[in-house]
Design a binder for this molecule. Structure first.
Ligand code: MTE
Ligand code: MO
Length: 316
């Protein structure tokens, strides 16, 4: 399916960016797709510094090449190797795409994705993205602020959390047929409502100026840039508003290693490795491109307030 961006230049939820800047940024990302294709991505892009909390690349943090963003993936539904998603995700049918909305909200039921994005405005955002496996990327996403998506359903006062579920379709997802994944499918994730409503939280529909490739979670996936990558659940078919903290796949699979919050934190190590540094891709043996990991992945100024008074070593 095609999610066309609303080209009126209207910006909702993030009136911080002037229209002209927004328009030129869209042009920039479109051009960037072409430049990357032509192998011209040697420059460090400079984007307006007033983009809503996007923490922009500098000379020090150029965009990660598109070939890595779309070729080195975690999407266990298609296998556990980083190359498996790019190899096998084309088998997933993404049109038509239905989303079930359930739980503590006024408007629930089954919706065609087109109906859920109609009238909403996509935005281009460049975000740091960090996997719990200690590699990281700088990625130009396109998406709709999550808050705009969720508010349509009119969640009620009991909605304290929101749960997201990935497609369950073993006939098209070879990893779901594997007996060795150790995962109880479908993949589920969740956020507190205030996290879901934070302006940095995106329902992503595109990357590098193009529609989202299947291996990155087409037709839409979550991106929460201050959390480890596993929170950013792909190919979402169900949204459920809940009173209680939802179960999440990696916490169920290895509770000592993966918590509900999963905020990027250089001071809380994974039980089997340090989280103090990260390998920025592209990285190689000769050029490891290792750098210190930043609290909340560099977004502390925008999001630390969500966790005031919480012991982040306990709520990891
Ligand atoms: N459904 C689903 N979503 C998922 C995963 C997965 O295996 N299945 N892996 C997560 C992990 S661990 C990471 S790091 C990111 C990777 O996103 P990317 O491949 O677009 O970089 O997707 C997350 N979302
Ligand atoms: Mo990850």
């Amino acid at each position: 399916m095609l999610i066309r961006s609303n080209d009126t230049g209207e910006i909702r939820g993030s009136e911080i960016t002037p229209e002209a800047v927004y328009r030129s940024r869209r042009g920039f990302v479109r051009d960037l797709g072409l430049a990357a294709g032509a192998g011209l991505l040697a420059f460090a892009p400079r984007l307006p510094a007033n983009m809503p909390g996007s923490n922009l690349p500098s000379e020090d943090e150029p965009l990660t090449p598109e070939s890595i963003v779309t070729g080195y993936n975690n999407f266990y539904e298609f296998g556990t190797d980083k190359e498996d998603p790019a190899r096998y995700a084309h088998n997933m049918t993404i049109d038509p795409w239905t989303v079930e909305v359930a739980g503590q909200a006024k408007k629930t039921g089954r919706f065609a994705l087109e109906d859920l994005v109609r009238g909403l405005t996509e935005e281009d955002r460049v975000y740091r993205f960090r996997c719990v496996e200690a590699w990281s990327m700088i990625v130009p996403w396109r998406g709709i602020p999550m808050r705009q998506v969720l508010e349509q359903f009119e969640p009620n006062g009991n909605a304290k959390y929101v749960e997201f579920t990935t497609l369950l379709r073993p006939s098209e997802m070879r990893g779901q047929r594997s007996l060795f994944s150790g995962i109880d499918w479908p993949y589920v994730e969740g956020l507190r409502m205030d996290e879901a409503y934070h302006p940095l939280t995106l329902m992503v529909t595109g990357v590098y100026g193009k529609e989202l490739p299947n291996q990155n979670g087409a037709p839409w996936r979550l991106i929460v840039p201050w959390k480890y990558g596993f929170k950013s659940v792909k190919s979402i078919v169900r949204i459920r508003f809940t009173r209680r903290e939802p179960k999440t796949t990696w916490n169920l699979t290895a509770p000592k290693e993966y918590g509900f919050y999963a905020n990027v934190n250089p001071e809380v190590d994974h039980p089997r490795w340090s989280q103090a540094t990260e390998r920025r891709l592209p990285s190689s043996f000769l050029k490891p491109n290792r750098r210190p990991t930043l609290p909340f992945n560099g977004y502390a100024e925008q999001v630390a307030g969500l966790y005031t008074g919480m012991d982040l070593a306990r709520y990891f």
